[in-house]
Design a protein around this ligand. Structure first.
Ligand code: FE2
Ligand code: FE2
Length: 159
């Protein structure tokens, strides 16, 4: 097993996950401010899941005797319009799923099946996140922007 290759891929993934946490919490703050509570909560819940991903990846890095690089892969995009937020989030999830599929293959090439498995588990989560965001975007398209405001009355739910 070539540990350095796996450690590099795991740290790159940590950077992408940190980026997702920052971006989704930025969306959460703005949606909450707009009173779009269910969508705000969806972004917050997803950010918390991405934090769980960071934890799994970091544990694997340390197990392989590497160091955890906590560097977000890029700056937060200052998007404040809900449809654009969802498009951005979907493209991030799509990219993560594609990257993790590729990383799983790389890990298998260096005979690191535990890291491969970790990446595969992440792919399943990112595909589920993509799906949840897509559902929200479809509803906005179907019912118009008022969908976000109307679903925010107490007693209604999202996701
Ligand atoms: Fe993730
Ligand atoms: Fe995700």
């Amino acid at each position: 097993m070539r540990r350095d290759k796996s450690i590099e891929l795991l740290n790159k993934a940590i950077g992408d996950e940190l980026q997702a946490v920052h971006q989704y919490m930025f969306f959460h703050f703005h949606l909450d401010d707009l009173g779009y509570t269910p969508l705000a909560e969806l972004f917050k819940r997803t950010a918390i899941e991405e934090m769980g991903h960071i934890e799994k990846l970091a544990e694997r890095v340390l197990f392989l005797k590497g160091e955890v690089e906590m560097l977000a892969s890029s700056a937060v995009a200052k998007i404040t319009e809900p449809e654009q937020m969802l498009n951005k989030a979907m493209s991030m999830e799509e990219q993560s799923a594609a990257d993790y599929n590729a990383s799983a293959l790389e890990c298998s090439k260096v005979a690191d099946s535990a890291s491969k498995q970790a990446f595969e588990e992440l792919v399943r989560d990112e595909e589920r996140h993509y799906d949840a965001f897509e559902k929200q975007l479809e509803n906005i398209k179907r019912f118009g922007a008022s969908y976000l405001a109307l679903q925010s009355f107490p007693g209604t739910s999202s996701s």
